[in-house]
Structure formats: C-alpha cells, structure tokens
Design a protein around this ligand. Sequence first.
Ligand SMILES: Cc1cc2nc3c(=O)[nH]c(=O)nc-3n(C[C@H](O)[C@H](O)[C@H](O)COP(=O)(O)OP(=O)(O)OC[C@H]3O[C@@H](n4cnc5c(N)ncnc54)[C@H](O)[C@@H]3O)c2cc1C
Length: 320
Amino acid sequence: MRRNWPARLGSPPSRMITGVPAHVDGRMLAISEAAGARLVNRDRMWHYTEGMINHSPIWPDHGIRVLAAPSSMWFDANGRRLANPGVPSYDTLGTLELIMRTGHDYSWFVLNKRIIDKEFMLSGSEQNPELTRKDLIGYLASRLFNSTPPPVKAFMDRGPDFVIASSLPTLVAGMNRLTGANLINADDLHRQIALRDSQVDNPFTKDTQIMGIRNSLAYSGDSLARTVALHKILDSAAGPLIAIRMNIVTRKTLGGLQTDLSGRVLGANGSPIPGLYAAGEVAGFGGGGVHGYRASEGTFLGGCLFSGRQAGRSAAREGA
Ligand SMILES: Cc1cc2nc3c(=O)[nH]c(=O)nc-3n(C[C@H](O)[C@H](O)[C@H](O)COP(=O)(O)OP(=O)(O)OC[C@H]3O[C@@H](n4cnc5c(N)ncnc54)[C@H](O)[C@@H]3O)c2cc1C
C-alpha cells in the first residue's frame, strides 16, 4: 500500500491499521507480474477513515471499520470540523483526501451515547452475531429499543481509541491524553458543537450535516433502525459524551492483474498468458472493476463472484 500510495494524496500515513488478515498480503500480484502479467492501476486503493483498533485483535494491527449513520460530528486532529464530505459514511475516498491534507493520520468522531446506541454498526462477521446467525428480529430489536449493541458496548468498555466523559472539558482532556499531543482546545470544540446544536432548532439551516440527518430521517427504514432523532449533542439527557480517535484502516487495492472478459490474465504485450486466470480482488474487482473507482459500498462482492464465474467457465472451456 505504501509503495503504491497515490501521488495526489501526498505521503502515505505513517500509521495505518489493517482491515484484512495478515495472509491477505497481495503477494500473488508480484508473483504474477514476475511471470509476465500486466499490473494496472496499482495506485487505486480503498481505505476507510473510520477505523478503530480492535480491543481483541484477530490479526496484527486489526482495525474495525465503523459504518456510522450521519449524526456524529467529525473533527480533524486539530479539532476543526471536517468540511464536506466529512459526514460519516458519505464518501470514503473524499474523506481520506480531507484527512491527509491535515498532515495527521487520524481524526475524531464526537458524539453521545444516544447516537452510538442507534447509529453504530461495526464491519466484520465477528462483530455482527445477529446477522451471521440470521437473527433479523434480534438485530432489529436491539436497534429499535436503542440499547447499546454488545459488540459496540465492548468497544466502549475496552476500545483503545475511546474517550467517554460526562462533560466536554473532561472529554477534551481525555482526547489530548490519548494522543499525547495538546492539539484540541476545549473552548474551540465547544464553540463548534454549540453552533451545530443551535441549528437543530432552525428548520431552514444550511448546516449540511443537519440537512443530511433530516434527509436520512425522511426515509422510514433509516429512521426506524439506523438514524437517531435529531437532537443536541450537548444535551445532557443524551450523554455521556464520547470521542473516538478514528484511524485509517487499509482494506484493499482496486488495481490488479489486467484480464480479458474471460478472466484470462493479459501479458505486457496485451495477449493472454496461457493457463493464467485471475478473478476477484486480485483482478481489480474488489470495487474498482465493474463499478468504478468510487464504487458504492457493498457492491464489491458481486464483481468478485461474477469474475470468478467468468474465469472458471473459461478455464473449464479451455481445459486449463
Ligand atoms: C471485514 C470486511 C468486510 C467487507 N464487507 C463487504 C461488504 O459488506 N460488501 C462487499 O461487497 N464487500 C465487502 N468486503 C470485500 C469483499 O469481501 C472482498 O472484496 C471479497 O471477499 C474478495 O474476494 P476474493 O475471492 O477476490 O478474495 P478472498 O476472499 O480474499 O479469497 C482469496 C483466497 O485465496 C486464498 N489464498 C491466498 N493465497 C493463496 C495461495 N498462495 N494458495 C492458495 N490459496 C491462497 C486465501 O486464503 C483466500 O481464501 C469486505 C471485506 C472485509 C475484509
């Protein structure tokens, strides 16, 4: 990832956490290239900007991505609210650009308990026991009754990136203690949150995040199970306050081995290398292939399966 980091994003982050197991290391790309395969778009890659260090890691530097709905406020390492598209889950690559421009490799979510209870989902099968058990009722019940989902609660109790406090000055002291840098100013953070909160009462606000929350709430699916009712972050009844240091979590390359439509890997001269096939992420289908560079969340698996079918059929046809 570091070697192929896109030039438009400046230097790679000095610290990243990892969204895939250690064996997902891209090794086959180099092996295939050495065998004559053509590797394209190697600077296209996908990183999440809402990554938390796993309190119980399954692999080294295990990072968990938060799929958050729109209510948490997002600040850079200096405590300045992110500009557009700095709203949780809006635009992963756009937010990565915003964060990299700050010269720091992390940012902050500031929210409260009422928001985390309803809006936080964690990526990864072990973080979603109800979904992996196909217990949709259990899943919906935990969302509808606004109790903290157990995997989220475990992060609140043990997550190394979490600061929880009943007042903003205490929260800020904890944030500065966590990073060891005195970058967050309590008065300034209070000013920005209070300004946002003041717009909750303004039906014509131009605060784009509040407009986004209202958009979400207009959709019954989101308002039922995903987006918390609009309220003031500093409302003590919604507390305690929570700050989460969000790290950059690497997930995948969107470049890869160039193939034809049958999954046959192309060599440097553009013709297929006999007997060599590629499908899925290694062939750039983990998002970047059929769906474009800024592919929508959740569309990655489909392209992997589709290209696997193509490559498999073609290999069978050719008796490879
Ligand atoms: C935590 C997480 C959440 C995700 N969530 C989503 C989502 O919600 N929606 C979505 O669309 N996508 C999601 N993705 C992305 C999607 O899961 C992957 O893009 C997709 O599974 C990649 O499939 P693949 O077959 O290309 O690679 P893989 O599934 O990684 O398969 C590669 C296989 O090759 C094996 N292998 C490696 N080296 C060798 C070797 N030398 N010899 C033999 N075997 C080898 C590996 O063990 C592995 O089984 C997520 C990914 C992660 C990590």
